[in-house]
Design a protein around this ligand. Structure first.
Ligand SMILES: Nc1ncnc2c1ncn2[C@@H]1O[C@H](COP(=O)(O)OP(=O)(O)O)[C@@H](O)[C@H]1O
Ligand SMILES: [Mg+2]
Length: 261
């Protein structure tokens, strides 16, 4: 459903993403975790076809981002870090505008827009101008534009950043609903969402892919990572500590201990 194969992105001397591969199966909700600057946004922009990788490739819903870019893009709903919302447009006109860009057939458009607004809890504010909405509602508009063409894959970049605790709860619930299908005939979406907020992952994700300094460090089911009472916090801290310890050191201390045991 989402297949990243040896993705790398370099900006001059900076290696933003370094040989990252993972596969996300249909219907999975995966947390893409890493500290600021880890390479999450860069990876997601490559998956959505917005940014060409320096090396490697990706397939979205079976479509290679190089060989079938239109099909690959069409299969993705993308909530960027800063959604390009037009503050002077109404919610409906904006989501309808995105539906047109995404080639939703004219005769289906109104129904799709209405459905996206309904699923995102926006029906009450459909005629409001986006600029007058709270940040939580603007984020809902960002989600509505991501799902309006009913893509099988959702790529959400820090969907709750900057929201208050109540808004965070609402957006998390909304993402969980989108991932699960909502029993109304809507398909389940495959979701990858980036965050550096660990409870967010625990609340909605089944699997975790962690990156640090551009490299993938963890790829495992959440249940496995937190088995034996370990918390994600501990794991996250240990990852960072290991990275510091292994800097400029060809034999990281952990490996040495294991070798001696
Ligand atoms: N356009 C760019 N030019 C140069 N460096 C960049 C650019 N975009 C991102 N980077 C660098 O790549 C690294 C990863 O950034 P990013 O993918 O935004 O991380 P994250 O989303 O995990 O915070 C950072 O060191 C960042 O400074
Ligand atoms: Mg980012």
């Amino acid at each position: 459903m989402i297949e990243a194969t040896n993705l790398s992105k370099r900006y001059g001397d900076i290696v933003a993403v370094d040989d990252v591969s993972f596969t996300i199966e249909r219907g999975e909700v995966v947390g893409f975790l890493g500290p600021n600057g880890a390479g999450k946004t860069t990876t997601m922009r490559m998956l959505t076809g917005f940014l060409p990788p320096t090396e490697g490739s990706a397939r979205i819903h079976g479509h290679d981002i190089f060989d079938e870019p239109l099909e690959a893009r069409r299969a993705v709903g993308y909530l960027p870090e800063t959604p390009p919302l037009y503050p002077e447009m109404t919610v409906t006109s904006y989501v309808d505008y995105v539906a047109r860009i995404k080639d939703v057939p004219r005769r289906e458009r109104k129904a799709r827009v209405d459905r996206a607004l309904e699923r995102c809890g926006l029906a009450q504010v459909a005629r409001r101008v986006i600029g007058t909405l709270s940040k939580g509602y603007r984020q809902r508009v960002g989600l509505a534009q991501a799902i309006v063409h009913d893509p099988p894959v959702l790529i959400l970049d820090e969907p709750t950043v900057g929201l208050d605790p109540i808004q965070i709860g609402e957006i998390r619930q909304l993402i969980a609903d989108l991932a699960g299908g909502d029993g109304d005939g809507d398909a389940r979406h495959t979701v990858i969402l980036s965050t550096h907020i660990l409870p967010e992952v625990e609340a909605i994700c089944r699997r975790v892919v962690m990156i640090n300094e551009g490299r993938k460090t963890v790829d495992a089911p959440l249940a496995e990572l937190t088995s034996g009472g370990r918390t994600l916090e501990e794991l996250f801290a240990r990852q960072a500590a290991h990275d510091v310890a292994s800097e400029g050191d060809s034999a990281p201390p952990n490996d040495a201990e294991e070798g001696a045991a």
